[in-house]
Design a protein around this ligand. Structure first.
Ligand code: AMP
Ligand code: MG
Length: 326
């Protein structure tokens, strides 16, 4: 069955979408590139639902959408002089800037990275929606993982149906391919994904050459994935099952528990991911919990496994990456 669809040029539909976003709901909306699946970027639980609905096999950083260039400072730290120049020249439009993230942005949005992807979409309805919601909107393409990105509202309804709270129909997308992504997080501007804005246009606006991100080893089809293998500095091990008491010779060990351990004796620190047992809660808390444990200078972190269903896949995938690199 398909979800609720309202016309994007109806002010009442925009207000309804904004109200849903403010309440932690998911709203699919048109942009000039593809349809986005939007959530309040400051609400980790709402963003966790985006990952759940898309059934992504692993967390992937989301692009934060603004209604206005003036709001950039609310989500990113603008240190590179080129950022303002590119924003002025290409926004609103299909260009995503990767910049240092502000700490208020939940880590699930950026997949644990210190940077955030930001853009101001050119579609009028998208900007009206974001302005009315009075919050930045984190939005990937509105399709389940592995499907082609949707460029019409019926595509979205077909693919995601009732999993979204509202679909705003703004007709077919003008661009239909995703935005160009350029990182200004380090000294040299670097093209992470080609898109509607060309390298030449970027170089002309910046007055400097733009580097190309080398393809990530083993997975050249995934631009932007290079740096996102978040791993704690503290070695992390996944337990075979629920945690038991710690033996006395294990050093200072932190426990990443699922619902709260039956026996947490001996652990130097404890983080509970899902007090309510829900994977969306755990996903929203995962990266922040890992960071807190990592900051304690522990000898090791042990993590309870979770059921590999729904978002549980993404959580276990991320924990395995952490464990593999520890
Ligand atoms: P989509 O929402 O489908 O256009 O995909 C978002 C793309 O932006 C993905 O390829 C991400 O890897 C990339 N992306 C988002 N945020 C960042 C970031 N902070 N650093 C690098 N790439 C990013
Ligand atoms: Mg996508």
């Amino acid at each position: 069955m398909s979800g609720r669809v309202l016309p994007a040029d109806d002010p009442a539909a925009i207000s309804e979408g904004a109200r849903l976003l403010q309440g932690g709901g998911l709203v699919a909306f048109p942009t000039e590139t593809v349809y986005g699946l939007g959530a309040n970027a400051f609400e980790a639980r709402a963003v966790a639902r985006v990952f759940e609905v898309k059934a992504r096999p692993s967390f992937d950083p989301l692009i934060v959408h603004l209604s206005d260039r003036a709001d950039l400072g609310s989500v990113a730290v603008v240190a590179h002089p080129g950022a303002e120049r590119l924003a002025e020249r290409f926004w609103p439009g299909p260009l995503t800037l990767v910049l240092a993230r502000r700490p208020e942005i939940p880590e699930i949005v950026t997949a644990g990275l210190d940077t955030v992807g930001v853009r101001v979409p050119a579609h009028e309805a998208a900007r009206k929606l974001i302005r009315a919601a009075r919050t930045p909107v984190a939005a990937p393409s509105a399709n389940p993982f592995g499907y082609v990105s949707p460029t019409t509202a019926p595509h979205v309804a077909e693919l995601l149906g009732e999993a979204v709270d509202l679909i705003l129909d703004g007709g077919p997308c003008r661009v239909g391919v995703e935005s160009t992504i350029v990182s200004l997080a380090t000294g040299t501007p670097t093209l992470l994904r080609p898109g509607g804005v060309s390298r030449e246009e970027l170089e002309e606006a910046l007055g400097t050459p733009v580097a190309t991100c080398p393809p990530p080893a083993g997975d050249p089809l995934a631009p932007g994935q290079l740096a996102r293998h978040y791993a704690t500095r503290t070695p992390l091990r996944i337990l075979p099952g629920p945690a038991g008491p710690l033996s006395s010779d294990s050093g200072r060990v932190g426990l990443l528990a699922w619902r709260g351990p039956a026996a947490d004796t001996g652990y130097a620190a404890l983080e509970v991911l899902a007090p309510d047992g829900r994977a969306t809660t755990a996903a929203a808390r995962l990266f922040a919990a890992l960071r807190r444990l990592d900051a304690l200078g522990l000898d090791a972190i042990v993590a309870e496994p979770c059921e590999e269903r729904g978002l549980g896949h993404a959580i276990m995938d991320r924990l395995r990456r952490c464990a593999a690199r520890a």
